[in-house]
Design a protein around this ligand. Sequence first.
Ligand SMILES: [Zn+2]
Length: 160
Amino acid sequence: MAAAARMVNVVGAVTPDGDPDPQLFETLEQGLRSLVSSDDPALTALLFQIRLLGLTGFRPQTDHCAACGRTRVIQEPQFSPASGGIVCAVCAAHQRFPCLPLSRGSLAFLQQALRLTPAMVTRLKAAGQVRYEVEDAIEGYVTVVAGRRIPPVDFLSQSL
Ligand SMILES: [Zn+2]
């Protein structure tokens, strides 16, 4: 229920009111349905949010620096919630908000989550460093896009 609430809240926060969007609604329905068979609802919600950002014009930039557009391989990429993607070291030093470290494995996970079809994406797994880095990056970015904090998936257990 917490993961479902998070999905619905994020959709509500990143879309304009009163604007019909059948494709987005279908994606939300698919996302909620995939929770039924999920053994990791928090991961399912994370993958859904990545897909949602891509659909709503906020696709996280993972190919080149989101601030200066430099395309050469970025050493030790960092994720900038304000710029909506990875940034190079030079740009990371000039961001208004602190950037989040993103390891190669986390970057690869993010790229796969954006590229795979909804049916295939459910096979993605993330644990340990990749899991918390991608969760932090998406949490930060969703907060910037929505303009406010959305209750996290584990808000039910936190309030107990
Ligand atoms: Zn840059």
